[in-house]
Design a protein around this ligand. Structure first.
Ligand SMILES: Cc1cc2nc3c(=O)[nH]c(=O)nc-3n(C[C@H](O)[C@H](O)[C@H](O)COP(=O)(O)OP(=O)(O)OC[C@H]3O[C@@H](n4cnc5c(N)ncnc54)[C@H](O)[C@@H]3O)c2cc1C
Length: 493
């Protein structure tokens, strides 16, 4: 029986695990979170359920269905609170060839409460891997974004969805993309007053991204309906939605007390003389998403020009036996993640790609991919944003590296090496390891270096994905394959 390891239990991972087990594979699906569901279906812990969960989360019935199916499937092992912290070459079979992923890769997992003292170190050696690790949200910096009261939109939404906690009582939401709408909705549901949603793209850019070929939107009816729901929420709660505007500074004595909003031109450069100050105690910022690429990079997966994991029509990566699905292959939303997950799980379990069920998933994937292209056309980051920076604006908050320091170091060294510039400035080398600022540091240094940078993929390379104690490194148990289900006498190969 093929052993498939699915890393990440969001929509893509749940769909992958379901499809792999339907083909008879022995499936392990794991996630670092307390519960299954990923970002889209983040919900209150099962110890504190609420009757309104289904109303608060879109498609929650689909989630319940997937979860129940997996929980009741004896071929599926579910590991929550399980963080993959590294993948390395399997020394036992280093020269054994490429007959399975297990011949080449060992997956190292820490199971237990994050930062707990009794985490269990496990090693899994599967036949095939599906990466479904999603993305984290991208936040462009502005003066004062280090103040308490500034949140990434994703963090604010995670608190609202997973804890029913609002990050403030008078909140401004700013950034780009349709994701700002569910963030505002979650904040309202958690009890905050949302003072406004400020979308950086101008109305003409939004129109050029969303309006052409409207019939294509019919291929993604779930998303269109969801969008209509959010617009209704805005109208009911009288939340202003302003386009071509952005929060360009946060101010306050020790925490956010007000934000400065400016009008932007089509390139996202602030227009002089258009600023306005709004009294607020929190601001949530989101400018799209950055895929979590550490693990695919560790096993040598090729990346696309847009810096996602490159996959073929079967969701296979360039690394044999390794598949990828969901947000790490492109920002396509939940429907794309579900379709890609189904295809990836099916392929990882050895399924043939001409089965009818797979052609349906491929059609769904194609429709969702078109939706994603519209998001990029309408809301993709434009270069003019750097004009709202001042020399004192912090770019890397962990190491407190300012924009002025990046400019000075680049001018003095004349270096085109991202790694050497990061080592000289320490930008991106702090506790978050560049997850928050990495792409921004790379963008700004790339503009400053004549001829661009020479080693950009180093931004996403993190061989140790999450911190590990020395004691945990010393221990470790190899996780045996799950026992075959009752009545199944098939020998393992
Ligand atoms: C913060 C955030 C909030 C979002 N909210 C919305 C929303 O409200 N509405 C909407 O339409 N879209 C939202 N999106 C987009 C949404 O994530 C996608 O549409 C969809 O959830 C993608 O599914 P996925 O399975 O690819 O990834 P995800 O749902 O992100 O699932 C990935 C899972 O992998 C796990 N994981 C990652 N790395 C590891 C590791 N090393 N070890 C173990 N587990 C790991 C994570 O814990 C996570 O549960 C959000 C995205 C983000 C980043």
């Amino acid at each position: 029986m093929t052993q498939v390891l699915v890393i990440g239990a969001g929509p893509a991972g749940l769909a992958a695990a379901t499809a792999a087990s339907a083909l008879g594979a022995d499936v392990t699906v794991l996630d670092s979170s307390y519960d299954l569901g990923g970002q889209y279906w983040r919900h209150l812990p099962s110890t504190r359920p609420t009757a309104s969960e289904g109303i608060l989360l879109h498609g929650f019935e689909r989630f319940r269905e997937l979860r129940e199916r997996l929980e009741n499937d004896s071929q599926v092992r579910i590991l929550t609170l399980s963080q993959v912290w590294a993948i390395d070459r399997n020394p036992d079979t280093r020269n054994a060839g490429d007959s399975s992923v297990g011949d080449r890769w060992r997956v190292h997992v820490l199971q237990g409460v994050p930062d707990g003292h009794d985490r269990l170190a496990l090693t899994i050696i599967p036949d095939a891997i599906v990466f479904a690790t999603g993305a984290h949200d991208r936040t462009l910096p502005f003066t004062g974004w280090q103040l308490p009261g500034v949140f990434s939109a994703g963090a604010a939404q995670a608190l609202a969805k997973g804890e029913r906690v609002a990050v403030g009582s008078r909140v401004v939401v700013s950034g780009a993309g349709p994701f700002l709408l569910p963030v505002a909705a979650s904040l309202v549901q958690a009890g905050a007053k949302v003072l406004g949603v400020y979308e950086a793209s101008t109305i003409s850019r939004l129109a050029s991204g969303w309006l052409p070929r409207p019939w294509q939107l019919l291929g993604a009816p779930g998303k269109a309906a969801e969008l209509v729901g959010y617009v209704g929420n805005h109208l009911r709660n009288r939340i202003p939605y302003r386009t071509g505007r952005a929060v360009i500074a946060a101010e306050g004595d020790g925490r956010v007390e007000r934000v400065v909003v400016a009008r932007l031109d089509a390139n996202w450069a602030p227009i002089v003389g258009t600023t306005r100050t709004i009294e607020a105690d929190a601001v949530c910022i989101g400018h799209g998403f950055t895929p979590r690429l550490e693990l695919p990079i560790a096993v040598g997966c090729a990346l696309s020009a847009e810096r996602f994991v490159a996959v073929d029509h079967r969701q296979a990566t360039s690394s044999p036996g390794v598949y990828a699905a969901g947000e790490i292959t492109g920002i396509g939303g939940v429907d794309a993640a579900l379709a890609e997950g189904s295809i990836a799980g099916h392929s990882a379990a050895g399924g043939s790609d001409d089965e009818a069920a797979m052609s349906r998933q491929r059609r769904l994937r194609a429709a969702s991919t078109r939706f994603a292209a519209r998001i990029e056309a309408a809301h993709g980051i434009r270069p003019g944003w750097s004009q709202w920076l001042t020399p004192d604006t912090l770019i890397c908050r962990c190491e407190e590296v300012s924009y002025g320091r990046l400019c000075d170091t680049s001018a003095h060294t004349g270096s085109a090496g991202l790694r050497s510039l990061k080592l000289s400035t320490r930008a991106g080398l702090g506790i978050c390891q560049g997850r928050v600022c990495g792409r921004t540091v790379e963008d700004l240094l790339g503009r400053l270096a004549a001829g661009g940078l020479i080693d950009t993929t180093s931004t996403d390379r993190r061989p140790i994905v999450s911190p590990i104690r020395l004691g945990e490194l010393a221990g470790g148990t190899v996780l045996p394959p799950a026992p075959p289900p009752p009545g199944n006498t098939e020998e393992r190969e």
